[in-house]
Design a protein around this ligand. Structure first.
Ligand code: NAD
Ligand code: FE2
Length: 406
């Protein structure tokens, strides 16, 4: 099967170029960003000034239980906005939840949507809004650029750092029928305005801080290595990686008090989101999405466990970029060659994972599932990502076998 593989590699190179061109010429909305401890209040005022009268607030029940939403809801009500609360979103939102949310949006005639939460409520809010105005089911919008009508305005307050979903063109929904993850990718999903307020992430437990923080690092690295990367996306990606290396250990170890580390991680998450928007993610995400859909492994945790193996697969092609990143992140003084610098970056990632107690194997992974998981991952990657080095089915299967639990 060498010939189809060579042909696919050539297509991949053209695809990278085409994506680069497309994301440069297609205008992409950039949300208004408020950051710091007053950001949430400022965003509420912004929503009122934008003339929103009836707002659908999309969140999850745990966050509501933690009382995180109370001041936000009080603020919005004081500003005279009529609120409809939808708090049924679970980690990895489902098509059923989207249908229910879209029905509510239409019934209450809401003119905008506000997501408060991690990637799950934010992704859900984006797709609820698109499904409602397009009168479509998620399956009909899955893929690239299939959202015809403009969704109702979308606002977002991330409470994890995180997916960067508050700035990305993407949203991922799990099909309630067959547990497949359905990525919806469209510029119309980018929120209009967002608040990055580190105080909302102070209560994020260390386990979630670690997993979501490693999602940031994975976005940064996959975007940096993408064939569709340009100067701007590389700047965002490198800055996000540098902030993550510097602040994730602090956020993990003293996250209840270290507001600086929390705020920096939200900025890193946002920058990494801007980077993947144009450059795309890669095989780590393609594989993690299959793992998440089948075993409900938290997204960031799956990414963190898979990242070292995908980087190892792509070497030595990616050594020059890994070396640049190692220098930019201050992990080594200049001098050693690319290979040594790339080794240094990989060692640093491994040490970080160990410090964050990230497992080295994918809990629950079954050997019999590997062929289907590999097939799903390669299908997703072929459709969406400008990866630096192509993976064959057997490479992907071997990679997954290396992550089987003992
Ligand atoms: N749109 C994108 O570009 C993009 C990128 C990567 C991942 N994703 C998707 O995002 C989802 C994962 O999002 P996530 O990792 O942010 O987690 P999440 O939104 O699924 O939340 C995980 C858990 O953290 C809790 N939580 C959130 N904020 C908290 C806080 N401040 N304090 C205490 N608990 C808190 C939630 O209640 C939930 O139980 C997945 O579905 C993934 O596929 C989307
Ligand atoms: Fe991600």
């Amino acid at each position: 099967m060498l010939l189809p593989f060579v042909a696919e590699a050539a297509i991949l190179r053209s695809y990278g170029q085409a994506m680069k061109w497309l994301t440069t010429v297609v205008p992409m909305r950039s949300p208004a960003v408020f950051d710091g401890p007053d950001a949430t209040t400022t965003l509420c005022e912004h929503i009122a000034e934008a003339g929103v009268e009836r707002l659908l607030v999309v969140t999850d029940a745990d966050l509501r239980g933690l009382g995180l939403l109370d001041p936000i809801l009080e603020n919005l009500e004081r500003l005279g906005i009529e609120l409809t609360l939808y708090d049924h979103i679970t980690p990895d939102p489902t098509t059923e939840q989207i249908d229910e949310g879209a029905r509510l949006l239409r019934e209450r005639d809401c003119d905008a949507v506000l997501a408060v939460g991690g990637g799950s409520p934010i992704d859900a809010a984006k797709v609820i809004s698109a499904c409602a105005t397009n009168h479509k089911q998620v399956r009909e919008l899955a893929g690239m650029f299939r959202v015809r009508r403009r969704p109702k305005r979308i606002f977002a307050i991330p409470t994890t750092a995180g997916t960067g979903s508050e700035v990305t063109v993407a949203a991922v929904v799990t099909d309630s029928d067959d547990q497949r993850k359905l990525p919806v990718v469209d510029g119309k999903l980018v929120p209009h305005a967002v608040a990055l307020d580190g105080t909302l992430t102070l209560g994020l437990p260390p386990r979630l801080t670690a997993a979501t923080g490693m999602d940031v690092l994975t976005h940064a690295i996959e975007a940096y290595l993408s064939r569709a990367a340009n100067r701007r996306t590389r700047q965002y990606a490198a800055s996000a990686a540098r902030r993550t290396f510097a602040y994730l250990p602090r956020a993990h170890e003293d996250g209840g008090k270290d507001l600086e580390a929390r705020q920096q991680m939200l900025l890193a998450s946002h920058e990494a989101g801007r980077a993947i928007n144009q450059a795309s993610a890669g095989y780590v995400h393609a594989i993690a999405h299959q793992i998440g859909a089948r075993y409900h492994t938290p997204h960031g945790l799956a990414n963190a466990t898979i990242l070292p193996s995908v980087l190892a697969h792509s070497r030595p092609q990616i050594d020059p970029q890994l070396a640049e990143l190692a220098l930019y992140c201050g992990l080594s003084a200049p001098g050693p060659g690319d290979t040594a610098l790339a080794d240094r970056l990989l060692e640093h990632i491994t040490q970080l994972c160990r410090r964050l107690a990230i497992p080295v194997a994918l809990d629950g992974l079954l050997v019999d599932d590997i062929p289907a998981l590999a097939k799903g991952a390669l299908r997703e990657a072929r459709m969406l990502y400008a990866v630096p080095r192509l993976m064959r089915t057997r490479d992907c299967e071997r990679l997954l076998s290396g992550l089987l639990p003992a």
